[in-house]
Design a protein around this ligand. Structure first.
Ligand code: C2E
Ligand code: CA
Ligand code: CA
Length: 666
């Protein structure tokens, strides 16, 4: 409520007032007018002005002062001597001036109050004359945008320049609706002159004339930035991961969705990194969850330290993190991935224990794609899997080819589940022979899969079977089938020789593996010495268990062969610590021996090693006569296309019957 106040009378009036009065007194005293017209007029005018600016009280106070001068001081003897009746018009004039002044004051103060209300920074209003396209704004309207009313009047469409590009359509649409006579309520963002993004809510009401045509539109605008910011904070709190203090996947996805919209408008790039920590599960299992939690906190901190404050990091789940990189080139993204790997390879120290947890990073980018947030995250996830497959602790970009590979893998996986049941598996046999005599000395059972998807090479499906654990039932099937074939060969009175069966490390390490082998041998009633199990040195990773299992297998009477010998980094340690029956030298040695003398020397040395520790030595991948010649001096066994490719069991039987004739090839 606006109070009456003498202080509201402007300063110049205080100065001007007495001057006018004094001047009128001077005129009055120097002339001899009968009713002091000029003096009265000056007084009445002053009362009107005072009450207009300061309200009723100001006017009354002035009236009292003037009356005091008039009556008591008696500065004007001519006037003061007038009879009371003649003074009445003066009084009446003063009262009228007081009323008019006060009325003016009241109207004016109501208006300012109203104006103040709308010039407030949170609420303001505008009017738009649709016919003339004229806009009326209040000062508050300009304030909201952080510009002056003059600037706004000059450019009534200022909002078009500052509205957030993502929200422009919302505004344009609302204008169309208003033109169609509809009320609108919209919320949109704009850039304040300070550069800050602020939120407005606008309600507009169109008005029509008698004919129904839209004449003008009234609008009210609320600045709801504070409310929006509070909402966002709440949102962030809800989508917080309490352990690491990072936002969670849901928040990330929402954020990415918005980022994608503006990226489409401005052609800015977006890159998503999906980071998974390689042996986190092991840390959790061996050192406990609280150590695991501490590790996650350290990982999150380290990750943030590599990124800029503008990059978004969220925790996807468990040991998986998501990073959003805005406006970076492929090279920059790649460099960052390298930087993350370097930084993350420094061991962590938790409660005195050093822990290494390396990252596998999958990256997807939105260049030339119309992917939504979910698709981008999924692609980064796919790429992360590939990084894992590529030996972990590295990064991979998503690409369609990769996607195809993954899809194929998934299809293979689904079909592989039914491969045994659908009788799509079979075994091919590849003979091994004594290079000196060219006589058959054994055979390797090699798995084949041919089903609805056609022939799938073992190099493709065996890793899938290993990953999914399907290798356990499949491996048992191969073992049993090999045992049955051993019996079959015996029934057919073929020369007896051991059959080698490949055993993947996952199988070897599976619980009850030894019991399973034992019972299969017992059930199929075969001589265990006719069975050789080929293992690879990856078993060495689980050295202690592998050692026990290999020992147990040999106790069953089964032969153990070390496959692909020489290409791994622990081949020698393996034979140093574990007694085995056979060394199978990887075919890469033979391949290069003819051209490279060093490799040839190595091959010969390995052969010698095998012989010195009393194992059977088999050289793989013999394809040519020259290779045979190279090996013939060494008294070893061989296997390769030169002798025979792996062939189905029926063919293999026939082949064995003719083996001696084939030996004539020599
Ligand atoms: P591997 O155990 O090293 O088997 C030898 C591979 O070399 C076979 O490939 C065989 O066909 C091929 N090979 C034989 N002689 C020659 C030659 O002269 N030149 C060339 N270039 N290659 C030759 P295949 O049958 O495709 O098997 C690939 C791999 O799949 C095997 O490598 C083995 O690791 C795995 N595998 C096959 N069957 C089984 C199985 O039943 N269980 C398990 N766990 N793995 C198996
Ligand atoms: Ca093998
Ligand atoms: Ca091999």
């Amino acid at each position: 409520m606006n109070k009456f106040s003498i202080r509201k009378v402007p300063l110049n009036l205080w100065i001007l007032g007495p001057m006018i009065i004094a001047f009128s007194i001077y005129i009055e005293t120097s002339t001899t007018l009968e009713i002091d017209g000029l003096y009265w007029t000056a007084n009445i005018l002053m009362i009107a002005l005072f009450s207009y600016y300061g309200g009723l009280y100001s006017g009354i106070i002035l009236l009292l002062i003037l009356s005091f001068i008039y009556m008591v001081v008696g500065l004007l003897p001519a006037t003061s001597e007038l009879p009371m009746q003649q003074q009445f018009p003066y009084l009446l004039g003063a009262i009228i001036a007081l009323s008019i002044g006060t009325l003016g004051w009241k109207i004016k103060s109501n208006e300012t109050q109203l104006k103040k209300l709308f010039d407030n920074n949170d609420i303001t209003f505008w009017t738009w004359d649709v016919e003339t396209d004229e806009h009326t704004f209040t000062e508050g309207f300009a304030n909201i945008y952080g510009i002056s009313i003059e600037e706004l009047k000059e450019n009534p469409y200022h909002w078009q320049d500052v509205v957030h590009p993502d929200d422009k359509d919302i505004l344009l649409e609302s204008i169309e609706k208003q033109k169609a006579g509809k009320k609108t309520t919209i919320t949109y963002r704009f850039f304040h002159s300070s550069g800050e993004i602020r939120w407005l809510q606008e309600r507009a009401t169109p008005h029509t004339d008698k004919t129904g045509a839209i004449t003008h539109v009234d609008g009210v605008i609320f600045d709801i930035t504070d409310q929006k910011q509070a909402e966002q904070k709440m949102n962030q709190l809800i989508h917080y991961d309490s352990l690491t203090g990072l936002t969670n996947r849901k928040w990330f996805q929402n954020y990415l969705e918005t980022a994608l919209i503006s990226s489409a408008k401005f052609g800015r790039s977006l890159g998503v990194m999906f980071i998974d920590y390689d042996n986190f599960k092991r840390v959790n299992d061996t050192l406990g969850h609280s150590t695991g939690d501490q590790l996650l906190i350290l990982i999150a901190e380290r990750l943030k330290s590599v990124l800029t404050p503008n990059d978004v990091v969220s925790r996807q789940s468990g040991d998986e993190f998501l990073v959003l990189l805005e406006n970076r080139s492929l090279t920059e993204i790649e460099e960052l991935a390298q930087k993350i790997i370097v930084k993350m390879n420094v061991p962590y120290k938790i409660n005195g224990t050093e822990i290494i947890s390396t990252p596998s990073i999958g990256i997807s980018v939105n260049f030339d794609t119309e992917d939504d947030a979910e698709a981008l995250i999924k692609k980064a996830d796919f790429a992360m899997f590939l990084a894992k497959e590529n030996g972990k602790n590295n990064y991979q970009f998503y690409n369609d080819e990769l996607n195809q590979q993954m899809r194929r893998k998934m299809i293979l996986e689904t079909h592989l589940h039914k491969a045994i049941e659908n009788q799509e598996l079979s075994i091919h046999y590849q003979p091994q022979f004594d290079i000196a005599t060219f006589q058959i000395a054994g055979a390797e059972a090699l798995l084949r899969w041919e089903g609805r998807l056609g022939k799938i090479p073992p190099d493709e499906f065996i890793p899938i079977a290993e990953e999914t654990g399907l290798i356990i039932p499949i491996g048992e099937w191969v073992l049993r089938q090999a045992c049955r074939d051993i019996k079959r060969f015996k029934e057919k009175k073929m020369k007896s020789f051991p059959i080698s069966v490949n055993i993947s490390t996952r199988q070897l390490m599976a619980p009850h593996f030894i019991e399973r082998v034992e019972s299969i041998i017992a059930e199929e009633k075969v001589d265990p010495t006719l069975l050789t199990l080929e293992i690879t040195e990856s078993a060495f990773l689980y050295y202690e268990d592998a050692k026990d299992n290999i020992f147990a297998l040999r106790n069953l009477g089964v032969g153990v062969s070390l496959d692909d010998f020489g290409i791994g980094y622990s081949s020698l340690s393996m034979i140093r610590n574990i007694e085995i029956d056979e060394l199978k030298i990887d075919r890469s040695f033979l391949n290069d021996s003819l051209e490279d003398n060093r490799v040839r020397s190595l091959l010969e040395a390995i052969i010698q090693i095998g012989k010195k520790i009393n194992t059977k030595v088999v050289v793989e991948g013999i394809e040519t006569k020259e290779q045979i010649d190279l090996l013939s001096v060494h008294d070893v066994y061989g296997q390769g296309y030169f002798y025979s490719k792996p062939i189905p069991v029926d063919e293999f039987e026939v082949w064995c019957m003719n083996a001696y004739e084939k030996a004539g090839l020599k």
